[in-house]
Design a protein around this ligand. Sequence first.
Ligand code: ZN
Length: 321
Amino acid sequence: MTTAPTDTTDSAAFEASLQRFVGLEIGVVAVAPDEVNVPMVRHWCEAMGDTNPVYLDTSSAEASVHGGLVAPPTMLQAWVMRPFGQGRDESESNPYSELTKAVESHGFTSVVATNCEQTYDRYLRPGDQLTMRTVIDSVSGEKTTGLGTGHFITTRQDYFDGAGERVGSMLFRILKFRPAPKPAPAAPKPLRPRPSLTFDHLFWFEGLKQGKLLIQRCAECGVLRHPAAPMCRECRSIVWDTVEAGGRGRIHSFVVVHYPQIPSFEYPNQVVLVDLDEGVRVVANTVDTNADQLVIGAAVQLEVRMCDDDLSLPFFKVVQS
Ligand code: ZN
């Protein structure tokens, strides 16, 4: 990408100003809500699939070089994490927020975490009560990466035990960079894929063009079937006619497709499997339906819509039952 040329004197002054933040402490000392404890270690080991007996088997741990249970070193950060759902106070002013404002004011508004490096001074044991202090460790000069041009900002979290001894440390690095320019306007959206039409289901697509969702019916025994098929599964008759669906049904299942993205569809692409009141099951997209309305069993109403001059399809909208 290209960036606007900057005056080298201004640029040097800006870079120098960033270095004033290095070494400053961010905010208050974080205190671990719980001491190092076996239940949290157990959850961690289960989630990670770590079966090392020194973490959970007391007798094995006592017989090991540790002489007792220890916590997995990689849990370091977990002990002082904020409770779930309790976010950072964004209005709080501290050297890190000031540094962020400074780089953002120069156009480096995007962010990506790049790497994290932990150092362990000793194993933690059940009962250790940790505190953590965060300082700005370094701010790089302007660097150009595959994502764009920006500054790497590294913070260092030092973890201490109840006696004030450091037990571990973590370097966490982000890149604050200039966002890439907006892509050129997209080409016109391609049409939805065409169905390959055969005699067996041509009626279905023709019905939709007239705003009707038709269901195939065995002319001999009256059983409804969808998708269309040449023969009745009940009586083997190949004689059939159709009935028009009333348009009401319920969500049997659904999926929200994010990737891979096919240009002719909207994303996230909500796909529902609907049990029509008539007793057949239809797959379709939704209309005017939010993701949080997608619930198994929710009542839906049919809307036949024209996708383009040559294709109409059934869509479903979640409605009050
Ligand atoms: Zn039949």
